[in-house]
Write a protein that binds this ligand. Structure first.
Ligand code: ADP
Length: 449
């Protein structure tokens, strides 16, 4: 096992990773930008290193600063968290060439899955279904229009290097497609330095179902069930739960088995998530995320497996100690993302000082956060300030606990998504488990009426 790990991230995930390290007896190095000098993860770490200015490319995306910090602190490994450099194969290669273990999959795995067009081709060969769409990146507007005719509208344009919903455009007509084509390319270029885009048929009311997997360096693969992440705003998840109300045990086992087989076939190692859209009882692959995800706690709560500890131990060369038939799913869990955003004003970010805050507690309530009273939410990064996770024997009990927990939560005077999440938790369709990726759009327009 490692004796010292550097965490190349910030916010709640840095806190989460440090907690796992402490329980494993590993010393930690926290890095931070000038905007994060009051962040709580610095209090928890054994050592801290400032890696630069507030803009991400001058700190959390600055590979040479991070590698230097690892070298001067004698860190043996780097945990990248999510976002920033977590899915950057070049960073993984630099780490390895400097003799520092990158806690994640191989650069080759990352490169394959980071190219969504190649990923589609690879998993399709391994047996997963794809949403009908382009086999290659689109060469021109004309090609896009002709493919859209074949697929029939609506269609969606997506960035080959995509992530975070950037570069996506839903199109209902030729006219819209022609103008969206250039916009999508420009957005993709800006976000990823790669303007290439591809097309899929746009499914209008699917559920987003994703499967958590773990694979060691010795060919052992397990799946840890699914998460339902259909509650999204602009393709960004807000509330996630496990198990999905839409799956039964048979579907779950079949899906899990299918995914494990693909993971084995592509020689993937580390934890990861394979994402699908479920439409008319059919699972269509959309992408694979080669990192720990924001919503991993709901899986931890129903399986009892600490995914971050598992990820670290596999990176240290340990074998998966747990077998598939030893994974059992108990009860249900849900996560609400608390973002510093004004849900009554088009979700505009609401950075600034937190004067007062009180987090919920009690049985089966988990809070993953880096904020505290007196902390100033910087405007430079994503707006996630806390995750509230509850679990219960039944979905009803889990939702009652979430309603109770959100009712206790106070963050003042900042605008947050707390009351918005609470309204969703109490929505009658949501309570009955009847929802899909279109839910929030309708919910918001009803709210605005
Ligand atoms: P990103 O990596 O940018 O987050 P994904 O491929 O994971 O992109 O898709 C994010 C979300 O966008 C999905 O959960 C879904 O809600 C929506 N989406 C993506 N592709 C389609 C599609 N073909 N039809 C309908 N919705 C889609």
């Amino acid at each position: 096992m490692f004796s010292k790990i550097l965490i190349a991230n910030r916010g709640e995930i840095a806190v989460r990773i440090i907690r796992a390290c402490k329980e494993l007896g590993i010393n930690t190095v926290a890095v931070y930008s000038e905007a994060d000098k009051n962040s709580f993860h610095l209090e928890l770490a054994d050592e801290t290193v400032c890696i630069g200015k507030a803009p991400p490319h001058e700190s959390y995306l600055n590979i040479s600063s991070i590698i230097s910090a690892a070298e001067i602190t004698d860190s043996e490994a780097i945990h990248p968290g999510y976002g920033f450099l977590a899915e950057n194969p070049y960073f993984a290669e630099v780490c390895e060439s400097c003799g520092i273990k990158f806690i994640g999959p191989s650069a080759e795995n990352m490169r394959l899955m980071g190219d969504k067009v190649k990923a589609r081709e690879t998993v399709s060969k391994a047996g997963l279904s794809l949403i009908p769409g382009s086999k290659k990146v689109l060469a021109s507007k004309e090609e896009a229009v002709s493919l859209a005719k074949k697929l029939s509208y609506p269609v969606i344009l997506k960035a080959k290097a995509g992530g975070g919903g950037r570069g996506m455009r839903i199109c209902h007509s030729d006219v819209r497609l022609v103008s969206a084509f250039m916009n999508a390319q420009a957005e993709a270029e800006l976000a990823f330095g790669d303007s290439q885009i591809y097309m899929e048929k746009f499914l209008e009311r699917p559920r987003h179902i994703e499967v958590q997997i773990a694979a060691d360096n010795y060919g052992n693969v397990i799946h840890l069930g699914e998460r339902d992440c259909s509650i999204q705003r602009r393709h960004q998840k807000l509330i996630e739960e496990a198990p999905s109300p839409a799956l039964n045990n048979k579907l779950r086992a079949n899906l899990g088995e299918m995914v494990s087989k693909v993971i084995k076939d592509i020689h993937y190692t580390s934890v990861g998530t394979v994402e699908f859209l479920l439409d008319n009882e059919h699972f269509y692959f959309i992408e694979m995320n080669t990192r720990i995800q924001v919503e991993h706690p709901v899986t931890e709560e129903i399986t009892g497996v600490d995914l971050v500890k598992l990820q670290i131990s596999m990176a240290a060369g340990e074998k998966l100690k747990i077998k598939q038939n030893e994974i059992s799913f108990e009860g249900t869990a849900i996560e609400c993302r608390i973002n510093a955003e004004d849900s009554e004003n088009n979700f505009i970010p609401s950075a600034g000082r937190i004067e007062f805050c009180y987090f919920p507690g009690g049985k089966d309530v988990r809070v993953d956060t880096h904020v505290y009273a007196g902390y100033t939410v910087p405007p430079n990064y994503d707006s996630l300030i806390a995750k509230i996770i509850t679990k219960g024997k039944t979905r009803k009990e889990t939702l009652q606990k979430m309603d109770r927990a959100l009712g206790e939560l106070l963050i003042e005077p900042n605008k947050t998504t707390v009351s918005f999440c609470r309204k969703i938790i109490n929505d009658s369709d949501f309570r009955r488990g009847i929802y899909n990726t279109d839910f929030l759009k309708k919910f918001i327009s009803r709210e605005e009426e």
